[in-house]
Design a binder for this molecule. Structure first.
Ligand code: SAJ
Length: 408
């Protein structure tokens, strides 16, 4: 049976590779980071995710292998990062381009390259097709291109890999159907085969939809704060209407997906992507709004010592160890720009130091601060909320009802 070479063993590539392998497909996972590959070869997973360790063991038992080399086979799946340029807001497709380049060095005639990484609409036409053709390959004969964007949510990845529906964009329907069959080895959701541009656009639209809805909740939080209303009660009651479903306000939108993908549309369709741009700006303004709340709460409580303020949570959301674009880091960055001292921080999922005043023990952290800002609602704090009694609390996640708790 043929082998799938999964390129990029990060948050998406690794679980996907393990899923294929544990369902009997031969998989070789490739990553250019030799430390990461060594860790996997030693039998250790490289990030925390519910169920990942068990899945890893199953995949190992079925023979998955890891390497820094690309291998010669007929199916490649690329799951590398797609950052965006902070100024132009356009996608930086360098990692996908490099991966495709490396595949072309080893792939046989007729190989299929499946791009799982999220790309802005038109990226495959603009960067990948010309690249493949420039290398003397005929698309559709020598190489088939497919875009199968991932859709899984960190924190529930393995469940969603199995049950979410998926989109497969292919130039050739038969190729799309073949790739669909591969995904069907583990995916029980609906798998829609379409063309590449539709698949590209759909993926970005999904994340943009969520970003806009979170921005609405965040804007409501600001309006309600200005006029002394309880945003959570209002959202709860409004969402009882059968056609209303408002998301939750929070300290901002982080992660490598929702806070990034809408920018692709803004960058590519300036003047057209207006609501999308407004939503991005609102969500990006939230860490600063939290700072303002901290400032006001300190004033109200006659607090002057910033060293007595602590941020609980550094990751971009609860129960994951990913800090990319996290609201806490955005907040700390804003403070740094204004030459303010770094606040004390603590996160049970972040073992390495990313902030100069970072604690690694919850009780010690609590002992040293008077004002606790809940930025992330990890299970740890939900289970230990009583330990916050006696503190002043700014709860940006609406999880604490102790005395002296302020909300967004
Ligand atoms: N957030 C809020 N309020 C909410 C929900 C989320 O402020 O009501 C915040 C979170 O705290 C976090 C950010 O938004 O900072 C994003 O978190 P998330 O859980 O909404 O989404 P991600 O980024 O972890 O995963 C998203 C998912 N996309 C959608 O739900 C449309 C996932 O399915 C995608 O696979 C993933 O992006 C991706 O890789 O594109």
């Amino acid at each position: 049976m043929s082998v799938i070479n999964v390129i990029g063993l990060g948050y998406i590539g690794l679980p996907t590779a393990l899923m294929f392998a544990s369902h009997g497909i031969n998989v070789i996972g490739t990553d250019y980071n030799s430390n990461l590959v060594e860790t996997l070869k030693l039998g250790k997973i490289t990030f925390k995710e519910k169920g990942l360790e068990d899945l890893f063991d199953k995949a190992i038992a079925k023979g998955i292998q890891f390497s820094t080399d690309y291998i010669t086979t007929n199916v490649y799946m690329i799951a590398v990062p797609t950052p965006y340029d902070k100024f132009s807001k356009k996608i930086d497709a360098c990692y996908v381009i490099e991966a495709v380049n490396n595949v072309m060095k080893v792939c046989p005639k007729g190989a299929t390259i499946v791009i799982e990484s999220t790309v802005s609409p038109g990226t495959i036409d603009k960067f990948i097709r010309p690249l493949v053709e420039k290398n003397g390959f005929h698309i559709g004969e020598d190489i088939n291109l497919v875009h199968a964007p991932e859709r899984i949510i960190p924190g529930n990845m393995l469940y969603e890999l199995k049950y979410n529906s998926r989109t497969i964009g292919a130039d050739d329907k038969n190729v799309g159907e073949k790739i669909k069959k591969l995904y069907e080895s583990f995916c029980e959701g609906n798998i829609i085969v379409t063309n590449i541009r539709v698949a590209e656009m759909t993926k970005v639209v999904e994340n943009t939809y969520r970003d806009i809805n979170i921005a609405f909740a965040n804007e409501l939080a600001k309006i309600c704060r200005a006029d002394h209303m309880d945003v959570y009660e209002i959202i709860k009651i409004a969402s009882m209407h059968p056609r209303v479903n408002i998301l939750q306000p929070g300290p901002g939108v982080g992660g490598h997906c929702i806070s990034v993908d809408p920018w692709f549309l803004v960058g590519d369709y300036p003047g057209l992507a207006n609501i999308i741009l407004a939503a991005r700006k609102i969500n990006d303004s939230m860490p600063e709004f939290v700072l303002e709340r901290i400032h006001n709460i300190m004033k109200e409580n006659n607090m002057t010592d910033l060293t007595k303020v602590g941020l609980y949570g550094l990751t971009y959301k609860e129960n994951v160890d990913d800090v990319r674009e996290s609201p806490s880091l955005q907040l700390l960055e804003t403070m740094e720009k204004h030459l303010a001292p770094a606040l004390k921080t603590y996160d049970p999922f972040v073992k390495h130091d990313i902030n100069q005043n970072q604690y690694h023990n919850f009780d010690k952290f609590l002992a040293d601060v008077d004002l606790v800002v809940i930025m992330v609602a990890h299970d740890e704090i939900l289970k230990n909320i009583d330990k916050l009694a006696g503190k002043i609390i700014l709860d940006t996640k609406n999880v604490c009802n102790l005395e002296n708790t302020y909300k967004l």
